[in-house]
Structure formats: C-alpha cells, structure tokens
Design a protein around this ligand. Structure first.
Ligand SMILES: [Zn+2]
Length: 93
C-alpha cells in the first residue's frame, strides 16, 4: 500500500497577488479585495511589466477578477476547484 499526501489550495484561499519586476526585483503585493488590474509598468523603475494589448494582460486581469469572485463567494460553480501545490509533498524530491 502506498500513501500519498497531497497539498491543495482553493481559489478562496488566495488573498493577494505578488508581482516582482524582472528588471529591478522590486515586489508589490496587491490584495485581491482591492486589485482590479495588473499594472502595466513597475512602480519602482518604470520597466514595462506587461503590454496592454496582449492576451497575457487580458488573461491576467481575468484571472485576478475570477480569484476575487471566488474570495467573495460570487461564483456559482457546481464543483470545488483545487490546485495541487508542487514541492510540498513529503515524497517530493
Ligand atoms: Zn522595476
């Protein structure tokens, strides 16, 4: 018999997003209750973080809006959604 321990996280558990600029490594944490848009430029060095007219920008903003909806229990899904977290399993090497 093999026993496997799996760690999961639900969208409701996510309370904030952290953005780290690849140019200057400054980090900003945005609580989901306040966050509505991903900033286009770094607040520290003004480096471009994401281009406004890209699929990534639209998808990131949709993801943040969806996570916010989960946190505020405004979704009506007929299933529970859980993400498996890599690296927390005791058997992970
Ligand atoms: Zn920066």
């Amino acid at each position: 018999m093999t026993i496997t321990k799996t760690h999961t996280i639900e969208p409701e558990d996510i309370t904030a997003v952290e953005l780290e600029c690849k140019a200057c490594n400054s980090k900003t944490v945005r609580p989901l209750k306040n966050q509505t848009q991903v900033p286009l430029r770094c607040g520290n060095c003004s480096a471009l973080l994401v281009r406004e007219d890209t699929r990534e920008n639209a998808a990131l903003n949709d993801l943040i809006a969806l996570l916010k909806d989960f946190g505020e229990r405004r979704t009506e899904l007929g299933f529970g959604l859980r993400f498996h977290i890599k690296g927390l399993d005791e058997s992970a090497k």
